[in-house]
Design a protein around this ligand. Structure first.
Ligand code: ATP
Ligand code: MG
Length: 259
């Protein structure tokens, strides 16, 4: 499909095309298309921009990843399709492992995602096939399989666009969980230690830049960033931002002039 350059929803339509391409490539699951739609809805409410509370969460996320002893970036189909290069860059900067971790796990999709990430510069991708031989307690079936060299061992796990059950299970295992989720009310957003309420396509380049800036910082400074961080306050600001924006819009002229 050709999207006109001046189309008011061009960016959003281009992302949709990417997700659909991911589906055709066997990277994105059918359910991933629905998850993307839910994200779009919240992005609309947030005004499709990175807010100050997201910047604050991104800074805390960079600090947590840099302080981690064994950080792991968990990648699903949507994340692989939308920000493959940024995942590879972030892994390099914070010295993290990359692990494929799917809600709807199939060997074909795992391989397709790992190939796609390697095509974008990843040298090692965990969690494919027999490598995902360990299990997360309390989760059922295929959803609980993880790599013993990856998420199982990790102290800090980065889980963009994750599901609530798994986020909660990772927390109960004592891990520090960093989420990216446009919905401040999802269980993922509410269960994570650090929640970046922003579109992953905007948040990841900023996170890469921030991690790059902070990589030379003292550990004591990174610890101070984390100590000053309050996820409840960040989620609360996200909800207030939505409320204020809707109030402003409701008080202005809503109908379009069509001539
Ligand atoms: P939970 O299981 O955490 O309660 P959920 O069941 O409502 O959440 P899921 O389908 O499990 O939703 O997870 C997808 C989540 O990813 C949604 O909350 C959605 O808002 C979010 N999301 C989708 N696309 C993006 C994106 N591009 N950037 C950030 N978040 C996104
Ligand atoms: Mg869910």
């Amino acid at each position: 499909m050709r999207i006109p350059p001046n189309h008011p929803r061009r960016e959003s339509l281009l992302l949709r095309e990417k997700i659909v391409e991911g589906y055709k490539r066997g990277i994105v699951a059918l359910e991933g298309l629905i998850a993307h739609g839910r994200g779009e809805c919240f992005d609309y409410l947030l005004g499709e921009k990175t807010h100050d509370f997201a910047y604050e969460a991104i800074r805390a996320a960079a600090a947590a990843l840099l302080l981690a002893e064994y950080p792991v970036l968990s990648v699903n189909g949507n994340t692989a399709m939308l920000v493959p290069s940024e995942i590879v860059k972030l892994a390099r900067i914070v010295n993290a492992k990359i692990e494929v971790n799917l809600f709807y796990r199939t060997r074909e999709r795992e391989e397709a995602i790992a190939d796609w990430l390697r095509k974008h510069g990843a040298t090692e991708v965990l969690g494919v096939g027999e490598d995902a031989s360990a299990t997360i307690p309390e989760l059922f079936s295929e959803r609980r399989r993880v790599s013993p060299r990856g998420i199982l061992r990790a102290d800090v796990v980065f889980v963009p666009l994750e599901d609530g059950d798994r986020t909660e299970a990772l927390r109960r295992m004592g891990k520090t969980v960093i989420a990216v989720d446009l919905n401040p009310l999802s269980r993922t957003a509410r269960a994570a230690n650090i929640t970046i309420v922003d579109n992953i396509v905007r948040a990841l380049p900023i996170l890469v830049e921030e991690a790059n800036k902070l990589r030379k910082a003292d550990r004591s400074m990174l610890r101070r960033i984390l100590e000053g961080y309050d996820n409840n306050h960040v989620l609360s600001r996200a909800l207030i931002a939505i409320k204020n924006r809707l109030e402003r819009l409701a008080n202005s002229k809503i109908v379009l002039d069509i001539s």
